[in-house]
Ligand binder design. Structure first.
Ligand code: MN
Length: 408
């Protein structure tokens, strides 16, 4: 028995923050999550897996674009033609409430409902497989959902849990949804936990059960570095499950740190950056593009002319011309030492306070709302003295999460 476990496909990610890329590169990046899925399906058919699991966030947004749906449908039909069933759950990005008028997926695709649900499958080699999961009804599922998962049932040869969520109490840049503990999952006596939600690949527990985040299928920004793909899990004759990571992402992100302390010229800086770049991927057809962010340490020790060229982007432009087409440095950042960070934070805070006074006014709110003011909902909101404050806090937390590269 073999199966594929993937999660966080995020089809139709808009890549808004990368609009400054040349068009052809942006298109490569936009297509990358689709290409990665097509490769997964190619592999599923070529290896004749028994089933495929998707643990949430198939689509990037609740409004699943028709293009993304048509593509996903096409890929599921390819699996159907190869008699490969699919079990999928929707996550916090493609939650089901309010998502209607969707394309009908073929009969080989089994979708978990909003309550914890179990499907059973008998493989061609007569193994009884128990698959349990749920789909997000809304963006924020904050309760422990694992509680409701049944234990491994009598007669099941292999029990698998699909779970889109995060370990309780661990702070990450992802919101803690459907919190669980490893100990709690162990108690269910499953063989494999197919996790989703955290975009970094992680094995939380090795064997009996395996508890695995495959990471997203395609990295979407510079915080999602390295090879991305899915797990191919094979059941050995002994009954042991053997998970193996398979890279399929055509675009790879890297983050390189360069120490500028001993550097005295633009030429030396360019050379140092180029030395630190990752080697070109060997199989050029798999990874078609490597996008790199360079972080400079001790940038303040650089001569002023070099700093100027960094600031005005001319160094980055020269660097770009010297790199092969498959590599692109998207930005050069300077790490601030602690002192600068504090000063900047104070300064940011002062500007923020001044800006909020100008922006969050009843006048502005009224003007922005326009005709919506006729709606009782908006009139009630305007009459509430807390509204401006709420909006301001909401904007602040959005800005902060945007600054952190948070997926939200
Ligand atoms: Mn996700």
């Amino acid at each position: 028995m073999k199966f594929i476990h993937a999660a966080d496909l995020h089809l139709d990610s808009p890549f808004l923050g990368l609009r400054q890329l040349p068009n052809a590169l942006w298109q490569t990046l936009y297509d990358a999550p689709f290409t990665a899925l097509r490769r997964l399906v190619d592999d599923a058919i070529a290896t004749q897996v028994d089933f495929v699991l998707f643990s949430g966030d198939i689509y990037d947004r609740k409004e699943r674009s028709i293009a993304a749906q048509a593509f996903f449908l096409e890929q599921m039909q390819r699996l159907q033609a190869a008699a490969i069933p699919v079990y999928l759950s929707y996550g916090n990005h493609d939650y089901t409430t309010g998502s209607s008028d969707n394309l009908q997926l073929p009969a080989n695709v089994h979708i978990f409902g909003n309550d914890v649900e179990t499907f059973k499958l008998t493989t061609t080699d007569h193994l009884h497989v128990q698959l349990t999961g749920f789909s997000y009804a809304n963006r924020a599922v904050t309760e422990d959902m694992a509680v409701a998962y049944p234990e491994k049932m009598a007669g099941a040869d292999v029990a698998i849990g699909l779970l889109h969520g995060a370990v309780a109490g661990v702070s990450t840049e992802h919101a803690t949804y459907a919190p669980f503990t490893v100990a709690e999952l162990q108690l269910k006596q499953y063989d494999y936990w197919a996790l989703g939600h955290i975009h970094a690949r992680q094995v939380l527990h090795e064997a009996h059960p395996w508890i695995i985040y495959p990471g997203n299928l395609q990295g979407r920004h510079v915080k999602e570095t390295g090879a991305k793909g899915y797990y191919l899990v094979t059941r050995a004759a002994s009954g042991e499950l053997i998970p193996e990571f398979k890279a399929v992402a055509p675009v790879v992100w890297e983050n390189n740190v360069v120490d500028a302390q001993q550097i005295t010229s633009s030429e030396d800086l360019l050379a140092a950056i180029k030395t630190a770049l990752p080697a070109l991927p060997e199989s050029a057809e798999k990874v078609t593009l490597t996008l790199i962010a360079v972080t400079l340490k001790h940038a303040t020790t650089l001569p002023e002319t070099v700093q100027d060229r960094l600031q005005n982007g001319s160094l980055l432009a020269i660097l770009q011309r010297q790199l092969p087409a498959q590599q692109m440095v998207v930005r050069i950042d300077e790490t601030a030492d602690d002192k600068t960070t504090t000063a900047l934070t104070d300064l940011d805070q002062a500007y923020w306070q001044a800006a909020t006074k100008q922006v969050f006014t009843t006048d502005n709110l009224t003007r922005t709302a326009g005709q919506l003011l006729a709606e009782p909902l908006f009139q009630a909101a305007l009459a509430n003295p807390q509204t401006l404050n709420n909006l301001q806090q909401g904007a602040e937390s959005l800005l902060k999460s945007a600054g952190k590269g948070d997926e939200a």
